[in-house]
Ligand binder design. Structure first.
Ligand code: PLP
Length: 447
């Protein structure tokens, strides 16, 4: 029997669906045709009707260890019974210290310090604030500008959407933070369509940073933030040498480089962090999602020694950073994260995407013939994207059809517009990959 079959179906369809205003959802359409998950185990969800759904997206890029892993479940239950909550403002508890030390061992040097948050959005806003405060602490209070990139997704906080570059996430909410500019993105289907792995063309786009630095004057710029690989925008990969070039430009002008590794962190690309696979070390790194395998909300910001030290120069009794969350280092989240790291280590999951990368790429690129409307396929680590040409006058319609029909067939995918993204739990086996692409191929042939 398949893993997941033991999971009991959960509660039935709710009697009323009016009150929950769902995030990033077409709420009225959803209430008419709901897709309701009720249980999960290993590689599979079950919906409210008890149907098995293969998880092609690790939930929302987060359940990297798979679902309902016993070690993690037990750790959360044990911690809830031992100590539910502890304040961490001028007060402490052991687990966040233990977790930060463990995380430091996974991260590239010199990212030696960890600030805890509850989400990717909070991690991004925290990193941006630390960057501005760092320059101020060193007597450069005029460095307040932030540079992001078009098509970037850095969550939904005011900082995150401002440096982000997805028009729909920005246009409703006013101008956002002042003093923000954006580099061009690196998606270039005309030159790079159907690349296996990193796209060959586009390293010169890193020179956009030099252009913006000169436009605004280097002495005004605090930080540059990029996702090593953009996930939410539909999987956009860096051309070889692109991230290294950003690092060089930042170094030349005293600008901090922030990698948003909310999606790429914790094994998604075959190393603990994309920074290691790409051999480029940022000054700060934002994470969330895979930190707890999605079991309990938690995020974190890795901060380099040099950045951290600048905050430790004032009087010992003075608070060094006026920032933090009630739930920073929450005991349940820490317990979940520690058990998640144990699971990753025991099962070699942080390197598994590297082992499966070729098999994954073969299957994914094999879908090209399933529909003549496929205009690009992109892959890296255990990430995949299939881009369909939009239907005339109805962009996103094909993407939605794929999401809906795949779900009815028993496969969970993620779509952004007409791009289908895949990012399975890292416990995925070759058979799951075959099943995933076989179901998806059948669905693609119908749209
Ligand atoms: N940053 C990146 C790169 C993300 O992909 C996401 C979420 O997908 C976020 C930030 C926001 O994370 P959260 O939804 O936990 O706030």
């Amino acid at each position: 029997s398949l893993p997941g079959q033991a999971a009991a179906p959960g509660p039935a369809t709710p009697a009323s669906m009016d009150a929950f205003w769902m995030p990033f959802t077409a709420n009225r359409q959803f209430r008419r045709t709901p897709r309701l998950l009720a249980a999960a185990e290993g590689m599979y969800y079950r919906d409210v009707e008890g149907r098995q759904i293969l998880d092609g997206t690790a939930g929302l890029w987060c359940c990297n260890a798979g679902h309902a892993r016993p070690r993690i479940v037990e750790a959360i239950a044990r911690q809830a019974a031992t100590m539910d909550f502890a304040p961490h403002f001028q007060m402490g508890s052991p687990l966040p210290f233990e977790l930060a030390a463990r995380l430091k061992e996974l991260a590239p040097r010199p990212l030696d310090h960890v600030f805890f948050t509850n989400s990717g959005s909070e991690s991004v806003d925290t990193a941006l604030k630390i960057a501005i405060a760092w320059h101020r602490a060193r007597g450069e209070g005029q460095r307040t500008r932030l540079i992001g990139r078009e098509k970037a997704y850095h969550g939904v906080g005011f900082g995150g959407f401002s440096v982000g570059g997805l028009p729909n996430n920005r246009k409703w909410f006013g101008p956002g933070l002042p003093g923000v500019d954006h580099m061009r993105h690196t998606l270039d289907i005309a030159r790079n369509a159907f690349s296996r792995g990193l796209p060959a063309h586009g390293v010169e786009l890193a020179e956009d940073l030099e252009r913006l630095v000169q436009l605004h004057d280097p002495s005004t710029i605090a930080a540059v933030i990029v996702e090593p690989i953009s996930g939410s925008a539909g999987v956009i990969l860096p051309p070889p040498g692109y991230l290294k070039r950003l690092r060089e430009i930042c170094d030349r002008y005293g600008i901090l480089l922030i990698f948003d590794e909310v999606i790429t962190g914790f094994g998604r690309v075959g190393a603990p962090f994309a920074a290691q696979r790409f051999e480029v070390t940022p000054d700060m790194m934002t994470v969330a999602k895979g930190l707890t395998s999605g079991c309990v909300p938690m995020g974190a910001v890795f901060v380099s020694d040099r950045v951290h030290e600048a905050f430790m120069q004032g009087p010992e009794g003075a608070i060094d950073l006026f920032h933090g969350y009630t739930y920073s280092g929450h005991p349940l989240a820490c317990a979940a994260a520690l058990a998640t790291l144990d699971t990753y280590a025991e099962e070699g999951l942080l390197a598994r995407a590297l082992e499966l990368e070729d098999y994954w790429a073969d299957g994914l690129h094999g879908l090209r013939s399933s529909n003549p409307g496929i205009i690009d396929i992109r892959n890296y680590g255990l990430i995949g994207a299939i881009e369909l040409a939009p239907q005339d006058g109805a962009p996103g319609a094909r993407g939605y059809q794929v999401l809906e029909r795949a779900f009815r067939k028993g496969l969970l995918v993620r779509t952004t517009g007409d791009t289908i993204a895949l990012s399975p739990p890292l416990i995925v086996e070759r058979q799951h990959i075959d099943d995933m692409f076989s179901m998806l191929g059948e669905v693609l042939a119908t749209v």
